[in-house]
Write a protein that binds this ligand. Structure first.
Ligand code: SF4
Length: 295
């Protein structure tokens, strides 16, 4: 038996309480994966045992960057590649807050790549969500550091001549304490991962493989958004706890997804407090100094 909903009920959205409805309709193309990822972000935020007044979302520029404009929380749509330094400043000013960066592969790991590795090295207590659609979507479909070898973009019309980064390996090697990758069809796992990442103390990173039918799929004859996401999902294999350098994205083989890193290490603020309390041994240790080199 079908249950007929009132007009008011059918017009409402399950996440309406966290959306700036005056900004809707959103700009994302039909078949884009960002909308479903955004839904997972909102679900994960609602499940957090944390005041919504103390959660901030920060984005850079690009299609994913629009999330910050649609979420009804403290949110900041910053300049291209600078979401992480902005989020770092927020976290240092309000250590009790949860700060979530939502941006795309080009923004976070090309233009903002330097910020990414140093925030992970310092173990800044923020969560970074990277929606990886293998291209610069909004700015014209240019080659990104995620573009697979041979894939066509506006700036590589014959095929990309470069090897892409493995972002999960890069995050882990730089010092991230939590690293996971899913596709935008792994809704439950992605939502769980985002929740775990936001609960984690330290730099946490979640990558999502997501279709961009307009800029990437069209040029590479991958079909519609649904075809692309079904392809990503069917090619994926879950391998939790493996070394992230083995979490490769082989488009002729398997796309490795899973939770790869979940460790503990002092955050930047933990270390900063120790320095402030003078709890650090003199450096370098006097008995380790070379003879004749007096301080
Ligand atoms: Fe999504 Fe690509 Fe359209 Fe951007 S250009 S909204 S990534 S489909």
């Amino acid at each position: 038996m079908s249950v007929r909903k009132s007009k008011k009920e059918s017009d409402s959205h399950p996440h309406q309480d966290l959306l700036r409805m005056d900004r809707i309709p959103h700009i994302w193309c039909a078949g884009c994966g960002i909308g479903t990822v955004f839904g997972c972000v909102l679900s994960a935020i609602k499940k957090l045992d944390h005041s919504l007044d103390d959660i901030a979302v920060v984005s850079g520029i690009g299609c994913t960057g629009r999330m910050a404009g649609y979420v009804k929380l403290d949110s900041y749509h910053t300049t291209h590649g600078r979401a992480i330094p902005f989020a770092t400043g927020l976290k240092l000013a309000r250590p009790g807050s949860k700060v979530l960066v939502c941006s795309g592969d080009g923004d976070l790991l090309a233009i903002g790549g330097n910020h990414f590795i140093h925030a992970a090295r310092r173990n800044i207590d923020i969560t970074v969500l990277c929606v990886n659609n293998f291209i610069y979507g909004m700015t014209g479909g240019q080659l990104a550091p995620s573009t697979p070898f041979g894939a066509k973009t506006t700036t590589s019309p014959i095929g990309c001549p470069e090897e892409p980064f493995n972002f999960c390996h890069m995050a882990a090697a730089s010092g991230a304490v939590y690293v996971a990758r899913w596709t935008s069809l792994h809704l439950r796992r992605l939502t769980e991962s985002l929740g775990e990442a936001m609960q984690k103390r330290g730099f946490s990173f979640v990558e999502v493989l997501s279709p961009c039918p307009t800029s990437f799929g069209r040029r590479n004859k991958m079909g519609k958004g649904l075809d692309i996401i079904q392809y990503y999902h069917s090619q994926s294999v879950i391998r939790n706890d493996i070394d992230p350098k083995e979490a490769t994205l082989d488009f002729n083989g398997k796309l490795v997804v899973g939770k790869f890193v979940d460790i503990e290490r002092p955050t930047f603020l933990d270390r900063y407090d120790r320095i402030g309390r003078r709890e650090v041994e003199p450096w370098p240790a006097k008995d380790k100094m070379a003879p004749g080199k007096k301080a």
